[in-house]
Ligand binder design. Structure first.
Ligand code: BTN
Length: 227
């Protein structure tokens, strides 16, 4: 693995997208401080010294669109095994990590270049104030811990590389980690909102929603849980 750790950068995702010329090379770019982080759907990604930001190259899952589900499951597994974690991290469709207070504490951004994925992960490790972008931001850990940004990023990426999950296991594990199964949700796609009960993910990682009229499949969007 080619691991480059930067003191500061605009975005590890941009950095790796510009660097990944050799499609077979395995890279990890981590940083202590990311000043112009990118989120999904053209959002910004805010971070501070309590967050961990890194990007790495990864072969896609055999079913390309299941890659995000696979990576988020592996992150939940990593944190439930991790010695300092005192609770279970959960999943919110499609790419979010949710903490013990049901608040977002991490997100995954994926770009595809040729046959490789560039995976960007942002994790709010410790309690902190994230001003604007991560609405209702929470943190993975309840109390402050000291983290070595460089070694924790490498540990997570090695865990992901060494524990790849097949499609059939993803369907099962995703349900176990999801925090809004059989719950009322709304999903915003472009300018359309679908409201209904979240039943499951489908073969390609799409959300399966039972609306009042029918079962609907949604492939991309942003989900809100009704409480
Ligand atoms: C989301 O919108 O939930 C995904 C956020 C992904 C943020 C990470 S931080 C490391 C990498 N570099 C970026 O600019 N974005 C991703």
């Amino acid at each position: 693995m080619n691991h480059i750790h930067l003191k500061e950068c605009e975005s590890t995702q941009e950095y790796l997208i510009n660097l990944q010329k050799d499609p077979s090379a395995k890279y990890l770019i981590s940083t202590d401080s990311q000043v112009k982080g990118r989120g999904r759907r053209e959002n910004l990604w805010d971070s501070d010294k309590n967050s961990l930001c890194f990007s790495f190259s990864l072969k896609p899952n055999k079913i390309l669109t299941l890659s995000a589900s696979e990576i988020t499951i592996l992150l939940c597994q990593f944190f439930s095994l991790y010695k300092n974690s005192n609770h279970q991290t959960k999943l919110k469709w499609p790419n979010d990590l949710i903490n013990f207070e049901n608040k977002k504490c991490g997100g995954v951004l994926i770009n595809k270049i040729d046959d490789m994925l560039i995976v960007g992960i942002g994790l709010n490790l410790n309690p902190s104030k994230y001003p604007t972008y991560q609405i209702e931001a929470g943190s993975i850990l309840k109390t402050h811990q000291e983290f070595q940004h460089k070694s924790l990023a490498l540990e997570i990426v090695e865990y992901i590389h060494n524990n790849r999950i097949s499609a059939s296991e993803i369907y099962k594990k995703w349900k176990d980690f999801c925090f809004h199964l059989n719950t009322k949700v709304s999903i915003l796609e472009e300018d359309k909102v679908t409201e209904g009960i979240f039943l499951n993910i489908g073969e390609f990682g799409q959300a399966i929603i039972q609306t009042q009229e029918k079962e609907v499949q949604i492939f991309n969007g942003s989900l809100r849980v009704h409480h």
